[in-house]
Write a protein that binds this ligand. Structure first.
Ligand SMILES: O=P(O)(O)OP(=O)(O)OP(=O)(O)OC[C@H]1O[C@@H](n2cnc3c(O)ncnc32)[C@H](O)[C@@H]1O
Ligand SMILES: [Mg+2]
Length: 198
């Protein structure tokens, strides 16, 4: 079985990649599997810049092929916020505080103007410089109160028309089938073998 290092500290993302890579017999490792502490300065201004910083930093440290995911929630009525700042929108990396801030910022905005999307950019790098980039997105709307316990991050506030429920009310399989991360991984996998065997 091949193993692939994903440059993430987010257990929610790690779980979703493990689920999605399972049929391909690829074992997913994350930063939690390595004892070396790796400091990553996510100071880019785009998802692509941040995903590249994560992949580059971890690959330089471990010397193995690395895949990174930078993702976030883009809300139209907030001019694209929280965007690349999604993880620390309310200050700390705290999902509940982020969700509460999002509801405050959107107070009084009617349902039809609460349109938003999740975005993921994946960047994979090999020590020889071979690079693979993929993107995914899913559209929805921001609810006025949280619903559901599954997923992570902003999922309880993200309404998905196709299933008529929040992202956090979907099963893992349903979320992965429509999510920004699932879409990005689908594109990634189309080119994965060529990149991996290069
Ligand atoms: O950088 P790593 O270590 O991978 O973990 P992170 O949580 O900091 O990840 P990002 O920098 O990509 O920030 C993404 C944030 O966007 C939100 N997010 C991303 N994907 C999500 C999803 O599938 N469902 C809900 N919220 C999501 C969530 O708040 C994440 O913390
Ligand atoms: Mg991050």
């Amino acid at each position: 079985m091949d193993s692939l290092v994903i440059a993430t500290k987010n257990q929610g993302k790690a779980r979703e990649y493990r689920e999605m890579f399972a049929p391909y017999n690829i074992d997913v490792k994350t930063l939690a599997d390595f004892s070396v502490p790796i400091k990553i300065n996510e100071n880019g201004t785009t998802f692509l810049e941040n995903a590249t910083i994560k992949a580059q930093t971890v690959m330089a440290r471990l010397g193995v092929p690395v895949m990174a995911d930078d993702s976030g929630l883009v809300v139209d009525a907030l001019n694209g916020a929280p965007g690349v700042h999604s993880a620390r929108y309310a200050g700390d990396h705290d999902d509940q505080a982020n969700n509460e801030k999002l509801l405050r910022e959107l107070a009084g905005v009617p349902p039809m103007k609460r349109t938003a999307h999740f975005h993921t950019t994946i960047v994979a790098l090999k020590p020889d410089g071979a690079k693979l980039v993929a993107n995914g997105r899913v559209d929805g709307r921001i609810l006025t109160s949280p619903r559901g316990k599954n997923g992570f991050g902003y999922d309880p506030l993200f309404y998905v028309e196709k299933f008529d429920c929040s992202m956090a009310e979907l099963t893992a399989e349903q979320k992965n089938s429509i999510s920004h991360r699932g879409q990005a991984l689908e594109e990634f996998l189309q080119h994965f073998a060529e990149w991996w065997n290069k």
